[in-house]
Design a protein around this ligand. Structure first.
Ligand code: PLP
Length: 360
Protein backbone atom coordinates (compact mmCIF):
# COMPACT_ATOMS: atom_id res chain seq x y z
CA UNK A 1 0.00 0.00 0.00
CA UNK A 2 2.81 2.40 0.88
CA UNK A 3 4.41 1.78 -2.47
CA UNK A 4 1.11 2.47 -4.28
CA UNK A 5 0.54 5.66 -2.32
CA UNK A 6 4.01 6.98 -2.99
CA UNK A 7 3.76 6.17 -6.69
CA UNK A 8 0.37 7.92 -6.91
CA UNK A 9 1.42 10.98 -4.93
CA UNK A 10 5.08 11.45 -5.78
CA UNK A 11 6.01 9.37 -8.77
CA UNK A 12 2.98 10.26 -10.88
CA UNK A 13 4.83 11.07 -14.10
CA UNK A 14 4.76 8.98 -17.26
CA UNK A 15 7.70 6.54 -17.27
CA UNK A 16 8.12 7.15 -21.01
CA UNK A 17 8.69 10.90 -20.53
CA UNK A 18 12.23 12.14 -20.71
CA UNK A 19 12.00 14.90 -18.05
CA UNK A 20 13.31 14.27 -14.56
CA UNK A 21 10.02 13.07 -13.04
CA UNK A 22 9.49 10.72 -15.97
CA UNK A 23 12.98 9.29 -15.49
CA UNK A 24 12.23 8.74 -11.83
CA UNK A 25 9.01 6.88 -12.74
CA UNK A 26 10.98 4.79 -15.24
CA UNK A 27 13.50 3.96 -12.53
CA UNK A 28 10.68 2.75 -10.26
CA UNK A 29 9.24 0.66 -13.10
CA UNK A 30 12.64 -0.85 -13.87
CA UNK A 31 13.14 -1.61 -10.20
CA UNK A 32 9.82 -3.45 -10.08
CA UNK A 33 10.71 -5.40 -13.23
CA UNK A 34 14.01 -6.37 -11.66
CA UNK A 35 12.30 -7.74 -8.52
CA UNK A 36 9.88 -9.85 -10.57
CA UNK A 37 12.71 -11.11 -12.79
CA UNK A 38 15.00 -12.06 -9.94
CA UNK A 39 12.26 -13.83 -7.95
CA UNK A 40 11.59 -16.29 -10.77
CA UNK A 41 15.11 -16.24 -12.25
CA UNK A 42 14.17 -14.59 -15.52
CA UNK A 43 16.03 -11.85 -17.33
CA UNK A 44 14.96 -8.26 -16.86
CA UNK A 45 13.95 -7.93 -20.53
CA UNK A 46 11.83 -11.06 -20.41
CA UNK A 47 9.27 -9.49 -18.05
CA UNK A 48 6.25 -7.80 -19.65
CA UNK A 49 3.85 -6.16 -17.20
CA UNK A 50 0.17 -6.86 -17.88
CA UNK A 51 -3.25 -6.19 -16.38
CA UNK A 52 -3.20 -9.66 -14.85
CA UNK A 53 -2.80 -13.26 -15.86
CA UNK A 54 -5.80 -13.28 -18.20
CA UNK A 55 -4.07 -10.74 -20.43
CA UNK A 56 -0.76 -12.58 -20.05
CA UNK A 57 -2.30 -15.93 -21.05
CA UNK A 58 -4.19 -14.47 -24.02
CA UNK A 59 -1.04 -12.62 -25.13
CA UNK A 60 1.17 -15.72 -24.92
CA UNK A 61 -1.21 -17.88 -26.94
CA UNK A 62 -1.83 -15.06 -29.40
CA UNK A 63 1.89 -14.48 -29.95
CA UNK A 64 2.52 -18.18 -30.57
CA UNK A 65 -0.30 -18.59 -33.07
CA UNK A 66 0.55 -15.40 -34.91
CA UNK A 67 4.16 -16.51 -35.23
CA UNK A 68 2.98 -19.66 -37.03
CA UNK A 69 -0.11 -18.64 -39.02
CA UNK A 70 -0.32 -21.89 -41.00
CA UNK A 71 -0.58 -23.99 -37.83
CA UNK A 72 -4.15 -24.34 -36.65
CA UNK A 73 -3.96 -26.73 -33.71
CA UNK A 74 -3.66 -25.89 -30.01
CA UNK A 75 -3.17 -28.29 -27.09
CA UNK A 76 -4.49 -27.44 -23.67
CA UNK A 77 -6.30 -29.35 -20.92
CA UNK A 78 -9.82 -29.72 -19.52
CA UNK A 79 -8.82 -28.25 -16.17
CA UNK A 80 -7.41 -24.88 -17.22
CA UNK A 81 -8.51 -21.55 -15.85
CA UNK A 82 -11.22 -19.84 -17.90
CA UNK A 83 -8.58 -17.38 -19.16
CA UNK A 84 -7.18 -20.22 -21.27
CA UNK A 85 -10.37 -22.17 -21.91
CA UNK A 86 -12.43 -19.20 -23.06
CA UNK A 87 -9.71 -17.86 -25.35
CA UNK A 88 -9.26 -21.29 -26.93
CA UNK A 89 -13.03 -21.59 -27.39
CA UNK A 90 -13.00 -18.22 -29.14
CA UNK A 91 -10.13 -19.25 -31.40
CA UNK A 92 -12.00 -22.47 -32.19
CA UNK A 93 -15.32 -20.87 -33.02
CA UNK A 94 -14.17 -17.64 -34.64
CA UNK A 95 -10.89 -18.63 -36.28
CA UNK A 96 -11.21 -22.34 -37.02
CA UNK A 97 -8.51 -23.58 -34.64
CA UNK A 98 -8.70 -27.21 -33.56
CA UNK A 99 -8.29 -27.53 -29.82
CA UNK A 100 -7.17 -30.70 -28.06
CA UNK A 101 -8.25 -30.55 -24.42
CA UNK A 102 -6.30 -33.22 -22.58
CA UNK A 103 -8.25 -35.17 -19.95
CA UNK A 104 -7.00 -35.74 -16.41
CA UNK A 105 -6.95 -38.77 -14.13
CA UNK A 106 -8.96 -39.12 -10.93
CA UNK A 107 -5.87 -37.74 -9.20
CA UNK A 108 -5.96 -34.62 -11.36
CA UNK A 109 -2.84 -35.46 -13.38
CA UNK A 110 -2.38 -35.38 -17.14
CA UNK A 111 -0.94 -38.38 -18.88
CA UNK A 112 2.30 -37.50 -20.66
CA UNK A 113 1.76 -40.27 -23.22
CA UNK A 114 -1.54 -38.63 -24.12
CA UNK A 115 0.23 -35.30 -24.46
CA UNK A 116 2.82 -36.92 -26.70
CA UNK A 117 0.11 -38.49 -28.81
CA UNK A 118 -1.70 -35.16 -29.16
CA UNK A 119 1.21 -33.35 -30.85
CA UNK A 120 0.64 -32.68 -34.56
CA UNK A 121 2.66 -31.11 -37.33
CA UNK A 122 0.31 -28.16 -37.21
CA UNK A 123 0.37 -27.68 -33.42
CA UNK A 124 1.00 -23.99 -32.89
CA UNK A 125 1.19 -23.90 -29.10
CA UNK A 126 0.66 -25.92 -25.92
CA UNK A 127 -0.85 -24.06 -22.99
CA UNK A 128 -1.01 -25.83 -19.62
CA UNK A 129 -1.59 -24.93 -16.01
CA UNK A 130 1.25 -25.77 -13.62
CA UNK A 131 -0.63 -25.84 -10.30
CA UNK A 132 -4.40 -26.11 -10.45
CA UNK A 133 -6.34 -23.26 -8.88
CA UNK A 134 -9.13 -25.50 -7.60
CA UNK A 135 -7.30 -28.58 -6.38
CA UNK A 136 -3.71 -27.36 -6.01
CA UNK A 137 -2.51 -30.40 -8.01
CA UNK A 138 0.94 -29.68 -9.46
CA UNK A 139 1.94 -31.07 -12.85
CA UNK A 140 5.45 -32.28 -13.80
CA UNK A 141 6.20 -29.19 -15.83
CA UNK A 142 9.87 -29.99 -16.51
CA UNK A 143 8.79 -33.23 -18.19
CA UNK A 144 6.19 -31.35 -20.20
CA UNK A 145 8.79 -28.79 -21.28
CA UNK A 146 11.10 -31.60 -22.46
CA UNK A 147 8.35 -33.10 -24.63
CA UNK A 148 7.46 -29.76 -26.20
CA UNK A 149 11.11 -28.88 -26.78
CA UNK A 150 11.77 -32.16 -28.58
CA UNK A 151 9.19 -31.14 -31.20
CA UNK A 152 10.00 -27.42 -31.01
CA UNK A 153 6.42 -26.57 -30.07
CA UNK A 154 6.09 -23.40 -27.98
CA UNK A 155 4.81 -23.96 -24.45
CA UNK A 156 2.93 -21.48 -22.32
CA UNK A 157 2.75 -22.25 -18.60
CA UNK A 158 -0.02 -20.78 -16.46
CA UNK A 159 2.00 -20.40 -13.27
CA UNK A 160 -0.46 -18.13 -11.47
CA UNK A 161 -0.93 -20.44 -8.52
CA UNK A 162 2.58 -21.86 -8.53
CA UNK A 163 4.52 -18.59 -8.26
CA UNK A 164 5.18 -17.76 -4.62
CA UNK A 165 3.99 -21.11 -3.27
CA UNK A 166 6.62 -23.37 -4.80
CA UNK A 167 10.01 -22.88 -6.41
CA UNK A 168 9.64 -21.38 -9.89
CA UNK A 169 12.79 -20.90 -11.94
CA UNK A 170 11.96 -19.64 -15.41
CA UNK A 171 15.49 -20.08 -16.71
CA UNK A 172 15.86 -23.72 -15.71
CA UNK A 173 12.27 -24.59 -16.55
CA UNK A 174 12.85 -23.66 -20.18
CA UNK A 175 9.22 -22.85 -21.08
CA UNK A 176 8.60 -20.24 -23.78
CA UNK A 177 6.01 -18.23 -21.86
CA UNK A 178 4.97 -18.07 -18.22
CA UNK A 179 2.03 -16.12 -16.80
CA UNK A 180 1.65 -14.78 -13.30
CA UNK A 181 -0.90 -12.70 -11.44
CA UNK A 182 -0.27 -10.01 -8.82
CA UNK A 183 -3.09 -10.82 -6.48
CA UNK A 184 -1.82 -14.34 -5.82
CA UNK A 185 1.33 -12.96 -4.31
CA UNK A 186 -0.08 -10.18 -2.19
CA UNK A 187 -0.03 -7.43 -4.86
CA UNK A 188 -3.05 -5.64 -6.25
CA UNK A 189 -5.77 -7.25 -8.34
CA UNK A 190 -5.49 -6.24 -11.97
CA UNK A 191 -1.71 -6.57 -12.16
CA UNK A 192 0.43 -9.37 -13.51
CA UNK A 193 3.15 -10.26 -15.92
CA UNK A 194 3.97 -12.40 -18.89
CA UNK A 195 7.48 -13.79 -18.96
CA UNK A 196 8.70 -14.26 -22.53
CA UNK A 197 11.74 -16.41 -23.34
CA UNK A 198 12.46 -14.68 -26.64
CA UNK A 199 11.19 -11.11 -26.49
CA UNK A 200 12.63 -10.33 -29.94
CA UNK A 201 10.22 -12.69 -31.65
CA UNK A 202 7.19 -11.85 -29.48
CA UNK A 203 4.09 -10.71 -31.39
CA UNK A 204 2.26 -8.18 -29.20
CA UNK A 205 -1.44 -8.26 -28.53
CA UNK A 206 -1.62 -4.53 -27.82
CA UNK A 207 -0.11 -2.28 -30.44
CA UNK A 208 0.53 1.33 -29.55
CA UNK A 209 3.50 3.15 -28.11
CA UNK A 210 6.88 1.55 -27.46
CA UNK A 211 6.05 0.82 -23.82
CA UNK A 212 7.31 -2.47 -22.44
CA UNK A 213 10.04 -2.31 -25.11
CA UNK A 214 7.36 -2.51 -27.80
CA UNK A 215 5.85 -5.72 -26.42
CA UNK A 216 2.72 -4.11 -24.95
CA UNK A 217 1.54 -0.69 -26.06
CA UNK A 218 -0.09 1.67 -23.58
CA UNK A 219 1.16 3.73 -20.66
CA UNK A 220 2.11 1.43 -17.80
CA UNK A 221 0.05 1.62 -14.60
CA UNK A 222 3.04 2.50 -12.46
CA UNK A 223 1.44 2.17 -8.97
CA UNK A 224 0.18 -1.34 -9.72
CA UNK A 225 3.44 -2.53 -11.23
CA UNK A 226 5.57 -1.00 -8.49
CA UNK A 227 3.34 -2.75 -5.94
CA UNK A 228 3.80 -5.99 -7.88
CA UNK A 229 7.56 -5.53 -7.70
CA UNK A 230 7.32 -4.81 -3.97
CA UNK A 231 5.31 -7.99 -3.42
CA UNK A 232 8.09 -9.97 -5.09
CA UNK A 233 10.83 -8.08 -3.28
CA UNK A 234 9.35 -8.97 0.10
CA UNK A 235 9.09 -12.67 -0.80
CA UNK A 236 12.12 -14.79 -0.06
CA UNK A 237 13.03 -18.42 0.43
CA UNK A 238 11.88 -17.89 3.98
CA UNK A 239 8.46 -17.16 2.48
CA UNK A 240 8.35 -20.61 0.84
CA UNK A 241 9.19 -22.26 4.15
CA UNK A 242 6.26 -20.44 5.75
CA UNK A 243 4.02 -22.05 3.16
CA UNK A 244 5.33 -25.42 4.28
CA UNK A 245 4.02 -24.64 7.78
CA UNK A 246 0.65 -23.94 6.17
CA UNK A 247 0.90 -27.32 4.44
CA UNK A 248 1.07 -28.99 7.85
CA UNK A 249 -1.97 -27.05 9.01
CA UNK A 250 -3.81 -27.97 5.81
CA UNK A 251 -2.91 -31.65 6.11
CA UNK A 252 -4.08 -31.78 9.74
CA UNK A 253 -7.34 -30.08 8.73
CA UNK A 254 -7.92 -32.59 5.95
CA UNK A 255 -7.21 -35.54 8.26
CA UNK A 256 -9.76 -34.24 10.78
CA UNK A 257 -12.45 -33.69 8.16
CA UNK A 258 -11.98 -37.13 6.64
CA UNK A 259 -12.17 -38.77 10.06
CA UNK A 260 -15.21 -36.78 11.22
CA UNK A 261 -17.44 -36.74 8.13
CA UNK A 262 -18.39 -40.12 6.72
CA UNK A 263 -17.47 -40.45 3.06
CA UNK A 264 -15.54 -37.14 2.90
CA UNK A 265 -12.47 -37.19 0.68
CA UNK A 266 -9.85 -34.86 -0.76
CA UNK A 267 -9.51 -34.45 -4.52
CA UNK A 268 -5.96 -34.97 -5.73
CA UNK A 269 -4.75 -36.13 -2.31
CA UNK A 270 -2.28 -38.61 -3.84
CA UNK A 271 -0.75 -36.10 -6.23
CA UNK A 272 1.88 -33.43 -5.63
CA UNK A 273 -0.09 -30.41 -4.41
CA UNK A 274 0.34 -26.79 -3.43
CA UNK A 275 0.55 -26.25 0.33
CA UNK A 276 -2.55 -24.09 0.68
CA UNK A 277 -5.37 -25.63 -1.33
CA UNK A 278 -7.96 -28.21 -0.33
CA UNK A 279 -10.67 -29.52 -2.59
CA UNK A 280 -13.11 -31.31 -0.35
CA UNK A 281 -15.79 -33.76 -1.45
CA UNK A 282 -18.60 -33.82 1.10
CA UNK A 283 -21.13 -36.40 -0.08
CA UNK A 284 -24.73 -35.27 0.19
CA UNK A 285 -23.87 -31.61 0.85
CA UNK A 286 -24.68 -29.15 -1.91
CA UNK A 287 -21.61 -26.96 -2.35
CA UNK A 288 -23.47 -23.79 -3.38
CA UNK A 289 -25.69 -24.06 -0.30
CA UNK A 290 -22.59 -24.72 1.82
CA UNK A 291 -20.84 -21.63 0.41
CA UNK A 292 -23.86 -19.48 1.33
CA UNK A 293 -24.19 -21.05 4.79
CA UNK A 294 -20.51 -20.62 5.60
CA UNK A 295 -20.56 -17.06 4.27
CA UNK A 296 -23.22 -16.25 6.87
CA UNK A 297 -20.86 -17.60 9.51
CA UNK A 298 -18.08 -15.33 8.25
CA UNK A 299 -16.16 -18.07 6.44
CA UNK A 300 -15.17 -17.56 2.80
CA UNK A 301 -14.88 -20.73 0.72
CA UNK A 302 -15.90 -21.44 -2.85
CA UNK A 303 -17.41 -24.16 -4.95
CA UNK A 304 -15.07 -23.69 -7.89
CA UNK A 305 -13.02 -20.94 -9.46
CA UNK A 306 -13.89 -17.43 -8.28
CA UNK A 307 -13.89 -16.35 -11.93
CA UNK A 308 -16.72 -18.76 -12.72
CA UNK A 309 -18.61 -18.36 -9.46
CA UNK A 310 -21.50 -16.43 -10.98
CA UNK A 311 -22.12 -19.23 -13.45
CA UNK A 312 -23.56 -21.64 -10.80
CA UNK A 313 -22.29 -24.67 -12.68
CA UNK A 314 -20.39 -27.36 -10.81
CA UNK A 315 -16.63 -27.19 -11.13
CA UNK A 316 -15.34 -28.23 -14.56
CA UNK A 317 -12.09 -29.31 -12.88
CA UNK A 318 -13.76 -31.76 -10.51
CA UNK A 319 -16.00 -32.99 -13.31
CA UNK A 320 -12.92 -33.66 -15.47
CA UNK A 321 -11.36 -35.66 -12.61
CA UNK A 322 -14.41 -37.65 -11.53
CA UNK A 323 -16.76 -37.59 -14.54
CA UNK A 324 -19.52 -36.92 -12.02
CA UNK A 325 -21.68 -33.80 -11.89
CA UNK A 326 -22.91 -34.97 -8.51
CA UNK A 327 -19.44 -35.09 -6.97
CA UNK A 328 -18.58 -31.77 -8.62
CA UNK A 329 -21.63 -30.17 -7.04
CA UNK A 330 -20.69 -31.54 -3.61
CA UNK A 331 -17.16 -30.15 -3.64
CA UNK A 332 -15.82 -27.20 -1.67
CA UNK A 333 -12.59 -25.43 -2.45
CA UNK A 334 -10.77 -24.01 0.55
CA UNK A 335 -7.68 -21.84 0.26
CA UNK A 336 -5.48 -21.14 3.25
CA UNK A 337 -3.48 -17.94 3.49
CA UNK A 338 -0.15 -17.38 5.18
CA UNK A 339 -2.02 -16.01 8.18
CA UNK A 340 -4.61 -18.76 8.47
CA UNK A 341 -4.82 -20.05 12.06
CA UNK A 342 -5.73 -23.46 13.41
CA UNK A 343 -8.65 -21.91 15.35
CA UNK A 344 -10.13 -20.65 12.08
CA UNK A 345 -9.93 -24.11 10.56
CA UNK A 346 -11.51 -25.59 13.69
CA UNK A 347 -14.36 -23.11 13.33
CA UNK A 348 -14.78 -24.26 9.73
CA UNK A 349 -14.81 -27.90 10.83
CA UNK A 350 -17.49 -27.32 13.44
CA UNK A 351 -19.64 -25.48 10.88
CA UNK A 352 -19.17 -28.29 8.38
CA UNK A 353 -20.30 -30.76 11.05
CA UNK A 354 -23.42 -28.64 11.61
CA UNK A 355 -24.06 -28.67 7.88
CA UNK A 356 -23.64 -32.43 7.74
CA UNK A 357 -26.24 -32.77 10.51
CA UNK A 358 -28.67 -30.57 8.56
CA UNK A 359 -28.22 -32.72 5.46
CA UNK A 360 -28.30 -36.12 7.19
N1 PLP B 1 -4.91 -18.71 -14.08
C1 PLP B 1 -5.14 -19.18 -12.84
C2 PLP B 1 -4.64 -20.55 -12.49
C3 PLP B 1 -5.82 -18.41 -11.89
O1 PLP B 1 -6.04 -18.89 -10.68
C4 PLP B 1 -6.24 -17.10 -12.27
C5 PLP B 1 -6.95 -16.24 -11.32
O2 PLP B 1 -7.23 -16.56 -10.22
C6 PLP B 1 -5.97 -16.66 -13.58
C7 PLP B 1 -5.32 -17.49 -14.45
C8 PLP B 1 -6.42 -15.30 -14.04
O3 PLP B 1 -5.70 -14.32 -13.38
P1 PLP B 1 -6.17 -12.79 -13.39
O4 PLP B 1 -7.38 -12.74 -12.51
O5 PLP B 1 -4.99 -12.05 -12.85
O6 PLP B 1 -6.47 -12.41 -14.78
Amino acid sequence: MDSINSELLENWANPSSSYRLGRSAKKALDGARGYVASFINAQFDQVVFTSGATEAINSAISSAIQSAPSKKHIITSCVEHSATLAYCEYLESAHGYEITRLPVSLDGLINLDQLNAAFRKDTAVVSLIWANNETGVVWPMSEIVKLCKMLKIPLHVDAVQAVGKMAVDFHSLGADFLSLSGHKIGAVKGSGALIVREPDSFVPMLYGGRQERGLRGGTECLPLFVALGEAFRTCSEHYLSRWEEIRNLRDAFEAKIVSLIAGASIHGKNSPRLPNTTSLHLPGIDSDAAVTYLDQKGICVSSGSACLESAITPSHVIYAMTQSHEIASETLRISLGLNTKEEELNKLISNLLDLRDVYS
